[in-house]
Design a protein around this ligand. Structure first.
Ligand code: Q5B
Length: 258
């Protein structure tokens, strides 16, 4: 008789049984032919629906603006160290990827999540939201930057906020709330601005992307930059990096006491 085998996995996004992959029912070539872009494919695979034209334009800008930051930040620096140690592209890019976490680049998900929580639970009470965050979470994800501040604003953030507010007709309640939070945090310390992770997280929640997808935007975008850094170091035949002593504070005791 028939042998019944339980499926091992369940997928709800794509199908590879036909002549070409189908993303949530759309053949990949059909999307190309109809003029859709990578931002639409991303939305199909991460949110299972095609975005509107206005939404696609925002998603495209988020990816473009976060694609790289230059060599100084943790992710690019990790990838460059790997490239200079002679490791292959996937390994060097993963070394950079490993840096993405709560302090660097990986605050997008929690920023979206907690600002949405603030809108729901503390709609007209930002001090209440901040004290709840302090007690229950710690530093507010999406707030604060090592070098950017009120005096040295992050042009990427200003551009994205201006774009969604002045060049689209979309309602952005979570972003609006985060901008109000920023007014309070920067009144305490001027580098406690709404940062790029926070801005992206809020906009994406306003666009209805699932919480689990949010860090994916930074991961995807920054992969472009990290690959670039690996290629750059390799085409220059860059040498192995080894720190000079003066870059290290050797706080080890010279001699054992016992
Ligand atoms: N304080 C980002 O900190 C950083 C506070 C805060 C309340 C906060 C910090 C933070 C949340 C995580 C986040 C994404 C670690 C950042 C990114 C992409 C990037 C990177 C690039 C790119 C920076 C000093 C004092 C302390 C803290 C207080 C700090 N943040 N209080 N809420 N959120 N943010 N990460 O300067 O009284 O002195 O003890 O964790 O959103 O990663 O460009 O570089 O594109 O690559 O190192 O933009 O803000 O300062 O941690 O020593 O704190 O400020 O409690 O207070 P710093 P810390 P006190 S965007």
């Amino acid at each position: 008789g028939d042998v019944i085998v339980e499926p091992l996995i369940r997928t709800t996004i794509s199908d590879d049984r036909g002549e070409e992959p189908r993303y949530v029912g759309y053949a990949a070539s059909e999307l190309c032919e109809k003029g859709y872009g990578i931002e639409d494919v991303l939305a199909l695979l991460w949110n299972k629906k095609l975005p509107s034209r206005e939404e696609s334009e925002i998603i495209k800008r988020i990816v473009m603006i976060s694609a790289d930051h230059g060599p100084a930040v943790s992710g690019a620096f990790g990838a460059i160290l790997g490239a200079c140690a002679g490791i292959d592209m996937p390994q060097a890019v993963s070394a950079g990827m490993t840096m993405i976490g709560p302090r660097f680049g990986g605050a997008v998900t929690n920023a979206g999540k907690y600002f949405a929580y603030g809108v729901k639970e503390f709609p007209n009470d930002i001090p209440g939201f901040l004290s709840w965050m302090k007690q229950n979470v710690g530093p507010v994800p999406g707030i604060g930057h090592r070098v950017k501040s009120l005096k040295n604003p992050d042009k990427r953030v200003k551009y994205l906020v201006d774009y969604v507010k002045n060049h689209t007709s979309l309602h952005m309640p979570i972003l609006d709330y985060a901008l109000e939070v920023e007014k309070v945090t920067t009144s305490k310390k001027d580098n406690l601005i709404l940062n790029v992770d926070g801005t992206i997280g809020c906009i994406l929640v306003d666009l209805d992307f699932p919480e689990q997808s949010l860090n994916g935007f930074f991961v995807l975008a920054r992969t472009i930059g990290m690959i670039g850094h690996w290629i750059d170091q390799n085409t220059q035949n860059a040498r192995l990096i080894r720190l000079y002593d003066y870059l290290i504070n050797y706080a080890v005791k010279d001699e054992r006491e016992v």
